[in-house]
Design a protein around this ligand. Structure first.
Ligand code: ADP
Ligand code: MG
Length: 628
């Protein structure tokens, strides 16, 4: 029998490789742009027509190629970037596989014109379906221009997968956009059918590039994200919670200047702002990570679109913590502005210096703090409350000065209850007569309650509608979080046996420490049940079974989460259940207390699920509507 294994002819191998590297016009653009970047280009122009299938041109002012290189560049595995196996560990260029030009050439008609820097003459090469059809000296500017025509003209099967022009054009635009924000020091210009889609300045500023590339609306909806964490330097921007989106399409991650898709990084960013964005909505972002080349493997995907981190946990944490801290710092409370310069006296907004306030913390400090709190909580449930100094500050995101002096007296006309201690919260005991607080009382007045759900507040310059339940939930959540020790528990009059499904019981039993840290005292009672002796003080005694059931659901849904994340989720379950329900009318003191906290604190902007706590209607917009 004759041998049946044959070596594939070069052009067949190229066609196969082309199937992996070149799937659509946008993949051609991406490869050509990477080559231009690698060639050190500072100015790159991309032009295309008809969705890129008939005509695509990328010109750069990079280093260019010698006549010989211009020919070899089209050979498979021809690359100037890697010579040795070890080089694979230190890839800093965008390309390295030496497949792109060969693959593109195999399925299109290419004209390449290139002139090496400093040489007097350039070279023109033409290739059709992988065969060189022209090679000659040419007069041209320094740099390289590649024109790709009639993509897939010789592979009709592939042509069938190409979508309509508008779709392919959108993919090309997206590919150029990503490169432009990944390489802010290069000026990109994109033309579609002769018309400019966008252009960047190449000035090196990420925010400016985002503005040029994605437009003003997106740029102005962003807040900065920064971090330096386990060797990962993170910079970028993320949408404020109010600008969340219906899909992940505005999430951009750039690792060592390479735009990548990463479910891991998306999950980390989403997790970091989860308590501020409603379920089913997503943040948009441009987040750049810089790390040692050895910490990330870019050679896991033929089109180098995916990367593998040597430590996924570090990559996740870097993004998660940076986003979380960006969210706490963001001041974008929707339209909730006060006239003049009045700021809550405890808001350390301009504290850029020392690290006593959360605002100045680095990611590492933040994480260390969370870990420590985790440990403290599990170690000393119900232990002595630490009310001193900086520790409490950092966790609560607000210094203890937030607590207004008890009994301060400003003369009867007070409208808000300034006491933010547990007692002042609706649904709990002891409602004292509200002492006054000049500034707020003058500026805002609770008018009443609408639809048993919204508190109407009149301010100097308009109205504020506060969602009672959302506000209360957030207040409780922040309070629970702010407690360094476990929240106050209440002993149940008689211990309650709560029953669960086997899975739920298992989840709860393996998290008894976490439960304890949140104010529960429960133990395995056998037969998929728990005996509950105490629950957080803010809950109704009848709530035990229901809230534990919800917590079990969260635990089951959140496998692999950090202890700190689980803890936070658990607290917002408790907060949610304890919060006054919309649909039950509240007395005026309750309304006052809630309104007071919303107006006087900076951390009460969204409920723990991310719904806004308050919206404001300005007097001018009312006037406009009434034609005044
Ligand atoms: P890779 O980028 O993986 O090395 P390519 O097939 O994309 O492989 O390119 C092959 C080689 O051609 C590159 O290594 C580079 O030396 C050269 N080259 C391609 N495009 C350009 C360009 N725009 N400017 C200068 N050199 C280029
Ligand atoms: Mg390349």
């Amino acid at each position: 029998m004759p041998d049946i294994i044959k070596e594939l002819p070069e052009h067949v191998a190229n066609l196969i490789a082309a199937g992996e590297v070149v799937q659509r016009p946008a993949s051609v653009v991406k490869e050509l742009l990477e080559n231009s970047s690698d060639a050190g280009a500072k100015k790159i122009t991309v032009e295309f027509s008809d969705g890129g299938m008939t005509f695509l041109r990328v010109s750069d002012d990079g280093c260019g190629m010698s006549p010989n290189d211009a020919r070899t560049a089209f050979l498979r595995h021809a690359t100037s970037k890697i010579a040795l196996e070890e080089d694979l560990d230190r890839i800093v260029t965008m390309g390295f596989r030496g497949e792109a030009l060969a693959s593109i050439a195999a399925v299109s008609r290419i004209d390449l014109i290139t002139r090496e820097r400093g040489s007097i003459e350039g070279t023109a090469v033409s290739i059709e379906g992988g065969t060189v059809t022209g090679f000659s000296p040419a007069g041209c500017p320094e740099g390289t221009t590649v024109v790709v025509r009639d993509l897939f003209f010789n592979t009709p099967a592939r042509m069938k997968y190409v979508k309509k022009d508008a779709t392919e054009a959108a993919a090309i635009v997206a590919a150029v956009q990503e490169q432009a924000v990944a390489h802010t020091d290069t000026a990109y210009r994109l033309l579609r059918d002769g018309r400019e889609v966008f252009a960047t300045s190449g000035g090196g500023d990420l925010k400016a590039a985002i503005y040029d590339v994605f437009g003003r609306d997106f740029a102005s909806s962003l807040t900065e994200v920064k971090g330096d964490f386990s060797g990962i330097i993170l910079t970028g921007y993320i949408t404020r919670p109010t600008a969340s989106r219906g899909s992940r399409s505005a999430q951009h991650f750039i690792v060592n200047r390479r735009p990548v898709r990463s479910r891991l990084l998306s999950a980390a960013a989403e997790e970091g702002c989860k308590t501020r964005i409603p379920a089913g909505r997503f943040p948009g972002c441009v987040i750049c990570l810089e790390m040692k080349p050895t910490a990330v493997d870019v050679n896991v995907h033929p089109a180098k679109l995916e990367v593998k981190f040597s430590s996924e946990r570090d990559a996740f944490d870097a993004v998660y913590f940076a986003v979380m801290s960006a969210m706490s710092l963001d001041e974008g409370r929707p339209e909730l502005l006060f006239r003049g310069s009045r700021k809550p006296e405890y808001a350390p907004r301009d504290n850029k210096g020392g690290n006593t306030a959360f605002h100045a913390m680095t990611i590492d400090e933040y994480r260390a703090m969370l870990d420590k709190i985790d440990r403290d909580k599990t170690r000393s449930p119900g232990g002595a409350r630490d009310r001193d100094g900086s520790g409490a500050n950092m966790l609560s995101l607000r210094p203890p000065a937030a607590r207004a002096p008890q009994g301060a007296d400003g003369g009867g006309a007070a409208l808000f209850h300034p006491d933010t201690s547990a007692d002042a919260v609706p649904g709990q005991a002891a409602q004292q007569a509200p002492p006054a607080r000049g500034g707020l009382a003058e500026q805002a007045k609770v008018i009443g309650e609408a639809l048993k759900t919204y508190i109407i507040v009149e301010q100097e310059d308009g109205l504020l509608l506060i969602d009672k339940h959302a506000a209360h939930e957030r207040i409780l959540f922040e309070r629970l979080k702010a407690d360094k020790t476990a929240p106050m528990s209440q002993m149940l009059l008689s211990p309650e046996v709560a029953r669960f499904s086997p899975k739920e019981a298992q989840a709860l039993i393996s998290s008894l420490d976490l439960l304890r840290a949140a104010g529960f005292d429960a133990e395995d009672f056998g037969g998929d049940s728990l005996i509950v002796r105490a629950i957080p003080a803010c809950l109704d005694s009848g709530d035990a079974q229901a809230v534990l059931q919800e917590i079990a659901g969260d635990l089951l849904g959140g496998k692999g989460e950090l202890a700190a994340q689980k803890h936070e989720k658990l607290l917002y379950r408790v907060a949610c259940r304890a919060a006054v329900k919309a649909g039950r009318s509240s007395d005026i003191r309750e309304l006052n207390a809630l309104a007071y906290e919303v107006l006087s604190r900076d951390d009460i902007r969204y409920c723990p699920h991310g719904r806004p706590v308050a919206i404001s209607i300005s007097k001018s917009s009312l006037d406009r509507q009434f034609g005044r």
